[in-house]
Design a protein around this ligand. Structure first.
Ligand SMILES: Cc1ncc(COP(=O)(O)O)c(C=O)c1O
Length: 406
């Protein structure tokens, strides 16, 4: 006889499979032939013996494959060992961590920083520690799951404003004595940007903190990396797994905030520290991105090329100007079907389904990087147009496409 939990697991998995929402991992490997020139060719991987061009990575600047950064990781491991060996408050905090914290402060103008092993734990730690049942917090409708989880754990009263709507945010701020407003610099599933300067002004007017998850903006969008960031943003969360191409995260803010988190954030206190080698790597990656502005330029050119080709082929994008280019299909099963057909042509794009995005807005999430070659971008768009018309997803007219792209 099946146990209660076995029965529950089987029923839930069955339901997810029926709705096209079952999630499964794929084991990827490296294409050694194609990776000899890794830092100068389009990102690729091999799955079951077949190579794919990767259009679903957040390695926006291609830093994960830069030889100098592999060297920095190696040197960090040789110097400090491969792990930190303890939580930061025991013996896990080293001069490698401090150097990275200082670099972030110099770049953004924040007073202090605190490192975490992932963006997810940085966000949940920040929310859970900073807020309690006495706080009212307003957040954009589309903020990341880690923020929502942390807020739910905190017991704070959460009020959501319409995505990127200043009017909706202002209404909530005017009606509630709000502790903080939370948004993202670049939204992970839509690729659009929050109006940070305007939200900051609203927050100042209502005496609330502005907290920005800068996971997809840091090192890609100039604005919030420069020393002005701290003038607009009270707390900035930077993750290393996107444009920095490595792993980990930092919370940046006032010295008082960071001291408070050091004493109270359970994810920080009761967890093995980010390895010093990874901190050294993140420092090298940050410095590399600053020293190589041509990578940002190349990324912008690749985004422009992709959007222009889509417009010419009547492929209906959502209107983002960032590396994240969503194409909404709506139905989850149809989205999977389109992604599968692209894969058959050697193009790998993410098929994003609920609950990651709202029901009825399943989508392809195509991400561009500085490392994509122009011919691979052209192939991607040509295949997209072909597959969408074969599957019966409506292409837009030239005029609608122009509207979408504004
Ligand atoms: C907006 C946003 N915040 C936070 C995270 C979590 O960061 P990490 O991948 O480092 O855990 C992600 C990752 O998907 C994200 O997209």
């Amino acid at each position: 006889m099946s146990s209660l939990l076995e029965t529950k697991i089987a029923a839930r998995q069955h339901a997810l499979r029926e709705q096209g929402l079952l999630r499964q991992r794929k084991v990827l490997s490296v294409d050694h032939a194609l990776n000899t020139n890794a830092s100068t060719s389009s990102p690729r991987f091999v799955l079951e013996g077949r190579a794919y061009v990767n259009f679903s990575s957040n390695d926006y600047l291609g830093l994960s494959r830069v030889p100098e950064l592999a060297e920095a990781l190696h040197l960090g491991a040789q110097t400090y060992g491969v792990g930190s060996g303890a939580s930061p408050l025991v013996t896990g905090y080293s001069d490698a961590h401090l150097a990275l914290e200082r670099e972030f402060c110099a770049l953004t103008g924040h007073e202090a920083a605190l490192l975490f092993c992932s963006g997810f734990s940085a966000n949940t730690a920040l929310m859970k520690t900073l807020f309690d049942q006495h706080d009212i917090v307003v957040a954009d409708k589309l903020v990341h799951a880690s923020i929502i989880d942390g807020l739910q754990d905190s017991g704070a009263q959460l009020k959501r404003f319409l995505h990127n709507s200043l009017e909706s945010a202002e209404r909530l701020l005017a009606r509630n004595q709000t502790s903080a407003l939370i948004t993202e610099s670049v939204f992970s599933m839509d690729g659009d940007c929050a109006p940070i300067a305007e939200l900051s002004a609203l927050c100042r007017q209502h005496n609330a903190w502005l907290i920005v998850d800068d996971a997809h903006g840091f090192a890609v969008l100039d604005g919030y990396k420069k020393a002005e960031a701290a003038k607009l943003i009270d707390v900035q969360v930077v993750t290393f797994g996107k444009a920095l191409g490595c792993q980990g995260a930092a919370v940046l803010g006032s010295q008082a905030l960071i001291d408070f988190l050091v004493s109270n954030a359970r994810e920080y206190i009761y967890s093995t520290a980010l390895s010093p080698a990874n901190a050294a790597l993140a420092l090298a990656a940050t410095q590399y991105s600053t020293a190589h502005p041509e990578l940002q330029q190349q990324l912008l050119e690749n985004i422009k090329l992709f959007k222009r080709l889509c417009r010419e082929a009547n492929v209906p994008l959502l209107g983002s100007d960032t590396a994240i280019q969503p194409l909404i299909i709506g139905d989850a099963l149809q989205t999977l079907q389109v992604a599968e057909k692209l894969r058959a042509a050697g193009i790998w794009v993410g098929a994003i389904r609920p609950p990651t995005v709202p029901v009825g807005s399943a989508r392809l999430r195509i991400t561009l990087t500085a490392a994509h070659a122009a011919e691979d971008i052209a192939t991607c768009v040509a295949q997209l147009a072909q597959v969408l018309s074969r599957v019966g997803v409506p292409l837009v007219t030239e005029r609608q496409a122009a509207d979408n792209h504004r």
